[in-house]
Write a protein that binds this ligand. Structure first.
Ligand SMILES: Nc1nc2c(ncn2[C@@H]2O[C@H](COP(=O)(O)OP(=O)(O)O)[C@@H](O)[C@H]2O)c(=O)[nH]1
Ligand SMILES: [Mg+2]
Length: 222
């Protein structure tokens, strides 16, 4: 599209247990919608979106790889960690097990990804804990306190946010916070511009930089 360009392409991975809402967060980011019964992810899915980081005066193209959370795909998904600049480590605030397992997902990320990768811990499905959730049936009990997750994130050097793919709360923010942190690392020379895997520098061809709609497509790579 003429006149539409970006300053950086940042590769993101989304990881965490099955059913915590990884694919739903990606669909919310790229398509602004929510599916109550999405197909389970097989292997890896891909979505991209342009976002603006006004403080940095930069347009960033997010390239997000959504990994399957099941054990059988773990070896496949590991290879995708390698080139990533950012990671969304997702758990479900109504599932203690998914929070506990976030430790082993983080260990995988640390083992296979760039050591400078920016990781944001995302406690998804907060809509289920809202006092105002419509109907008692959808109201589930929170199993992970905000403070506990925040504390663990701090200990591990992760950013942290609670979000809902269903309501859209904090979904854009999660990607923006992580991107801001990566841009800051680029500015400080931690990431070596486009010589770092996962960070690609693109000089705008003209002055007119604009945002386009998100796109997503299943099961492919580019
Ligand atoms: N209430 C609620 N349900 C969600 C949310 N995110 C995902 N889900 C549901 O959780 C299930 C698993 O979501 P999915 O995105 O496939 O999880 P993934 O396996 O981590 O990719 C689906 O039924 C979704 O509709 C959320 O923020 N709130
Ligand atoms: Mg999925």
């Amino acid at each position: 599209m003429a006149g539409i360009t970006w300053h950086y392409v940042l590769k993101f991975i989304i990881t965490g247990d099955a059913a915590v809402g990884k694919s739903s967060l990606l669909v919310r980011l790229t398509d602004q919608r929510f599916l109550a019964n999405p197909d389970p992810t097989l292997g890896v899915e891909f979505g991209s979106k342009l976002i603006e980081i006004p403080e940095e005066g930069k347009i960033v193209k997010l390239q997000c790889w959504d990994t399957a959370g099941t054990e059988s795909f773990r070896s496949i998904t590991r290879s995708y960690y390698r080139g990533a600049a950012g990671c969304l480590l997702v758990y479900d605030v109504t599932s203690r097990a998914s929070f506990t397992n976030a430790r082993s997902w983080l260990a995988d990320v640390r083992e296979h990804a760039d050591p400078h990768l920016t990781c944001i811990l995302v406690g998804n499905k907060v809509d289920l804990c809202d006092e105002s959730a419509e109907g008692a049936l959808v109201h589930k009990r929170r199993e992970v306190a905000t403070e506990e997750a925040e504390q663990w994130a701090k200990e591990e050097g992760l950013l942290f946010v609670e979000a809902s793919a269903k309501s859209g709360r904090n979904v854009d923010l999660a990607f923006e916070e992580a991107s801001r942190n990566i841009l800051d690392k680029i500015r400080r020379g931690v990431f070596d511009d486009d010589r770092s895997p996962g960070v690609k520098l693109s000089k705008p061809s003209n002055g007119s930089v604009a945002l386009d709609q998100g796109t997503s497509r299943p099961g492919c790579c580019s």
